[in-house]
Design a protein around this ligand. Structure first.
Ligand SMILES: NC(=O)c1ccc[n+]([C@@H]2O[C@H](COP(=O)([O-])OP(=O)(O)OC[C@H]3O[C@@H](n4cnc5c(N)ncnc54)[C@H](O)[C@@H]3O)[C@@H](O)[C@H]2O)c1
Length: 301
């Protein structure tokens, strides 16, 4: 198959391109706004093709995707804080950029799109969210993902199949420091021997999923030829304070914790019900959080 990956030079994209290269022809379409040429160079060496382009540039995007079978759409502004300070820019890229991707699919008769949506579409929920749970995003980022999803469903009719993956908190090596979540920040602080920064009292929970499990979800998504929306997570949650304690153990209890007021747009509780993805995509997360973290910490030290 020929697969085009928008945002293929980013954190998740780099892993996906590397994975799909073994079986398919893969093109990265990325403007490198939050990623680097060195990641692309390494993937080119392994056989990937690269087009430096913006998803807001409809002409280049449509020309670049001629003759493709699958579009994996990752390119986005995914920094929640930036979405609060620059909501229009984020909405433009995440929603209008997605519409351009969909127009390119229709123009080029691309029959399948896989979209990286986010747990942020749900907002807060004290119980595990299913795909049927109400979407109540707390940030412009979450709203932009929700609007992009709606466009995909609307424009898919008689045109293409879609798989929307509502991805929860991903962790793995090479995560973009600027946009990364709490795990990358903790690892960085440990490497610099400075206290772990916790927003609020640390009781907020997250459902962390390993990048290796996320790659398997995309693989399954590319293979299905029906449409659907799925939670991609571990199905288990942990509080930020508990997470900090795990890191504290790895540093033999030497590292301290420091606190700042909670950010308004931060979700308090996040945990996914993944039974639909388990049933329909045969998605079965395999990486246990403690094992995944010890792998990361040993690498970063
Ligand atoms: N990492 C996570 O925990 C997580 C969780 C849920 C959803 N997601 C979603 O998954 C996708 C990938 O996330 P990531 O962590 O790899 O992010 P990332 O920032 O590492 O990668 C995004 C890539 O998109 C590119 N890009 C941004 N704007 C572009 C534009 N206008 N045109 C072309 N390319 C553009 C960037 O240069 C970058 O290479 C995003 O859509 C994100 O919202 C990520």
């Amino acid at each position: 198959m020929k697969i085009l990956v928008t945002g293929g030079a980013g954190f998740i994209g780099g892993y996906l391109v590397d994975f799909f290269l073994n079986k398919h022809k893969v093109i990265i379409y990325d403007n490198l706004s939050t990623s680097s040429q060195s990641v692309v160079d390494a993937l080119i060496k392994k056989g990937a093709l690269f087009i430096k382009g913006d998803i807001l540039d409809q002409d280049t995007l449509s020309k670049s995707s001629e003759g493709f079978d699958v579009m994996i759409h990752l390119a986005a502004k995914s920094d929640v804080t930036e979405s609060v300070s620059h909501p229009r820019i984020v909405k433009n890229i995440n929603v209008n950029g997605t519409i351009n991707v969909l127009n390119s699919c229709i123009k080029n008769k691309i029959k399948k799109i896989v979209f990286a949506s986010s747990a942020a579409v749900y907002g807060d929920s004290s119980t595990a969210v299913t795909e049927k749970s109400e979407t109540k995003p707390l940030s412009p980022y979450g709203t932009s993902k929700m609007l992009a999803e709606n466009k995909i469903r609307e424009m898919s009719k008689n045109n293409f199949d879609y798989t929307i993956l509502r991805i929860f908190n991903v962790y793995g090596k090479r995560q973009n420091k600027q946009y990364a979540g709490v795990i990358s920040n903790f690892i960085e602080n440990i490497s610099k021997n400075i206290p772990l920064l916790i927003y609020g009292d640390g009781s907020q929970t997250r459902d962390f999923v390993s990048i290796n499990d996320v790659v398997n979800a995309f693989d399954a998504a590319v293979k299905t030829n029906s449409s659907g929306t799925y939670n991609i997570a571990s199905g288990k949650s942990i509080s930020v304070k508990e997470l900090a304690e795990i890191f504290r153990h790895t540093s033999a209890g030497k590292i301290q914790m420091t606190y700042k007021p909670a950010k308004k747009q931060d979700i308090q509780y996040s945990i996914a019900d993944i039974s639909l993805a388990q049933k329909e995509l045969k998605f079965n997360p395999k990486v246990n959080l403690k094992e995944g973290l010890s792998d990361l910490v040993s690498v970063s030290n």
